[in-house]
Design a protein around this ligand. Sequence first.
Ligand SMILES: Nc1ncnc2c1ncn2[C@@H]1O[C@H](COP(=O)(O)OP(=O)(O)OP(=O)(O)O)[C@@H](O)[C@H]1O
Ligand SMILES: [Mg+2]
Length: 463
Amino acid sequence: MTASPTILLVEDEDGLREALAIVLRRAGYQVFERNSAAEGLRAIDRESPDVVVTDLAMENPLSGMDVLRHARQFSPATETILMTAFGTIENAVECMRLGAFHYITKPINSEELELLVAKAVEHRRLVAENRNLRQRVKDSCRFDNIVGASPAMSRLFEQITRVAALDTTVLLNGETGTGKELVAHAIHDNSPRAPRSFVAINCGALPESLLESELFGYVRGAFTGASTNKKGLFEEADGGTFFLDEISAAPMSIQVKLLRVLEERETRRIGDTRSTPIDVRIIAASNRDLQAEVAAGRVRDDLFYRLNVVSLRLPPLRERREDIPLLAQHFVQKYATRFHRPTASIDPAAMRIVTGYEWPGNVRELENVMERAVALGGSDRVGVEDLPPELSVRHGSGAAVSEVGVVMTLEDAERECILWAVKRCEGNLAQAAKGLGIGRTTLWRKLKRYGVQVGEDEGGGAS
Ligand SMILES: Nc1ncnc2c1ncn2[C@@H]1O[C@H](COP(=O)(O)OP(=O)(O)OP(=O)(O)O)[C@@H](O)[C@H]1O
Ligand SMILES: [Mg+2]
């Protein structure tokens, strides 16, 4: 539980000030009262209140405008609300230009003031939270663009630093989207080989014969169509780093040849009688358990042992949930810049959903979701409506407590419950509405608000 927000109330009319102070205290704020602008300035210096509520036209020499200027300059996180008499609206406009949060005209409606103060407090909290998050994103980028502050990622950063300096073969293991290619790049970039080339090939992406000629090259006449000599990628990578992605997908015949490269440190073009010595560092990656692949006979054990000199495991995102807000913020900034969008932050309800999701596609999936949210979102904040609805559906249960232990708002719980029901009924809205005990129109309206595509009225399809 954090301390209650602090409000500085500056008003020279005692009766009004005392009345407003009572209202604000009752609303749960800690209130400081001052009866002049000069006193107000001193209180700003001493208390750095969350919000200042000040009269605009006070007796000389200083006015509410000076209170505002002082707050902007010496306590920039403080939000200022001005109370103006009806006739001084132009001054109020000037105040907005100087950075006031808002103004309210006299006679003061206490409910209106309470609402405005609540908004100012919330705004200040969000600004602080965002600044904090942005700073943490910056601090946690240890290797260009690898974001992470969890203990697991800190350990990985250390390992990358250590391994990069050694010239050893590295095996990267981790589920899809956990950042294997990113880490391979980081190892290269932080190694003495950084000025030389980094060559990557995905062993699962090419048919066997093409993979072979890409890796090793060929001499003219080696096979039909080989009309010239061609260098292989191993030769291209000479002096640099060679990244063998999806190693377990390499056909057996290629595995034998890879083993030769690792053992002999030389490569031979298809159809050639001579080998060329090469100096490459090998980094291999797999999203499968290679030991199991060896046991199943899909990966040669001698190749596995050659590759498995130093192995790094990249933890899935669900094992390091504390990195999710950092990554989400990182991607929002990345795509806001790229798409020239004003989006700068993620709203707390959306963040709760994002941190509670399982992320089977790991960081890549999170990145895609944020890219889409920024590209399609209409405002400067990623909201719940910008997220794909399946993120809100907790698999297996409709529990209203998220796994990170944050109890959600009633609104979040309702949305979860509804989306879960629609999914259970495979998009049959009539059935879902019945199960939920609400009308179909209500359900339809709510789904629309959540950004779920629904047929104009009829039709059971919800995607
Ligand atoms: N820690 C991280 N910080 C920032 N971006 C990351 C991080 N991890 C992964 N990414 C980003 O997520 C995406 C997927 O990463 P990458 O391609 O390295 O995953 P991978 O493990 O190779 O996945 P696959 O097994 O499917 O090939 C990339 O766009 C990458 O930049
Ligand atoms: Mg990859």
